[in-house]
Design a protein around this ligand. Structure first.
Ligand code: NIG
Ligand code: FE
Length: 388
């Protein structure tokens, strides 16, 4: 993670959305260029692979300002959720919105992300929590992604929490996810992944396993929100070969060797800890030092992390989790690509990969994690196309 492969006085050549050559300006300059080739002067700047934001929840309609004020007054995330706030308070807006309205919200978020250097985004449903509204949310992601030049990976998160109408019969809601939502999302090709919030107050490990099994049976890949508030056993979840375990604030030390040997990425979301005002952050050092693959993502959502900014996440990772700037950049690019199983196309600047490029007005890559509250991203290319 420490070796970024920095090329000083570097250049890269792209053609039709892909990287063709990369090296020193002299080396790349020897290629024959098309007559209409455009040259972009990046002297004195840092050129990075676009960030891969591998965990976001962009399908919601309104900010959760009541939760925000309650937390300021001293209530915890779990107390607010138990009192009917939290995820459940975002349901109504999504159920009442049209697919076009939701797509508008998602597109705006994607555009804001790209402005800060993000070129690939994983986007989850999870605030509809009925068959119709979860499919509508996935449709909205699809429509928004068609209006954006970047790359979107979509995830069904019907298992975010049990919606109020199923409060007394959670097993019936699990059955609805397994027997209707997953088959419909797979059949209509609306999602690549299924995610579950495996946590106290959301879904038990047994319910989570049922849902992940149904996902695999329908040809969908898996990822899991786990260990955000409490420790959970990872071995039973690893059976479903999740691409990623997300949050990972409370990981049992005994699980570290197993995690290090598995291809499952630990995706840390420290902007959520920051926004919830927590003292504790995921133990990135312990995970990295144990040999686990660590990614960073925004967790963009209305309850715990209303930020589209990967540079902010880098800042928090370095200041509160003691990741080095190089580790944080690796976690936000190639390791994020691994968390989406897109490492062959995304996450690094290499010939053959997509021309997803972010240019920052800084002299040194470490400045990406150093400045905060300011956007130093100057230009972004999404598969070769300049951000509008
Ligand atoms: O990743 N933990 C579950 N889901 C989100 C929070 C969603 C919300 O509060 O709206 C998260 O932090
Ligand atoms: Fe999340």
């Amino acid at each position: 993670m420490l070796d970024l492969g920095v090329v000083s006085d570097g250049a890269l050549l792209t053609h039709r959305g892909a990287i063709v050559a990369l090296g020193s300006t002299d080396e790349v300059g020897r290629h024959t260029l098309a007559a209409d080739a455009e040259e972009i002067d990046c002297r004195g700047k840092v050129v990075l692979p676009g960030f891969v934001d591998s965990h976001t929840h962009p399908v919601f309609t309104t900010p959760r300002l009541i939760d925000f004020e309650k937390r300021i007054a001293g209530a915890s995330y779990e107390q607010i959720a138990a009192a009917g706030g939290g995820i459940r308070s975002s349901i109504r807006g999504v159920r009442e919105a049209s697919v076009g309205q939701l797509a508008g919200h998602v597109l705006r978020a994607l555009q804001e992300m790209a402005r800060q250097g993000t070129t690939t985004v994983e986007a989850k449903s999870g605030y509809g929590l009925s068959l119709e509204s979860e499919l509508k949310s996935l449709q909205a992601i699809k429509i928004a992604s068609q209006g954006w030049e970047g790359t979107v990976v979509s995830t069904l998160l019907g298992a975010h929490v049990v919606p109020p109408e199923y409060r007394d019969r959670p097993e019936a809601y699990v059955a609805l996810i397994c027997e209707q939502m997953i088959p419909a999302a797979a059949g209509q090709k609306l999602a690549s992944y299924v995610d579950v919030f495996c946590e106290r107050g959301a879904f038990t490990p047994e319910q989570s396993a049922k849902i992940l099994r149904a996902a695999v049976e329908h040809g969908l890949k898996t990822r899991v929100h786990v260990c955000q508030l409490t420790e959970a056993e990872l071995a039973p979840l690893l059976e479903f070969h999740p691409a990623s375990f997300d949050h990972m604030d409370y990981v049992s030390e005994a699980d570290l060797p197993m995690l290090a040997q598995s291809p499952t990425v630990a995706t840390l979301l420290p902007a959520a800890n920051y926004f919830l005002g927590l003292d504790r952050f995921p133990d990135a050092r312990q995970l990295i030092d144990a040999g686990a693959a660590v990614a960073l993502a925004t967790d963009y959502n209305p309850g715990t992390s209303p930020t589209p900014s990967m540079p902010l996440v880098l800042s928090v990772a370095c200041t509160h989790m003691k990741m080095s700037p190089a580790e944080a950049i690796t976690a936000a690019t190639i390791n994020g690509a691994c968390a989406l199983q897109l490492q062959h196309r995304k996450g690094s600047l290499e010939p053959g990969k997509d021309a997803d490029i972010a240019i920052f007005d800084v002299q040194d890559y470490r400045e990406l994690a150093y400045w905060f509250g300011v956007n130093r991203c100057e230009r972004v290319y999404l598969r070769g196309t300049a951000r509008a």
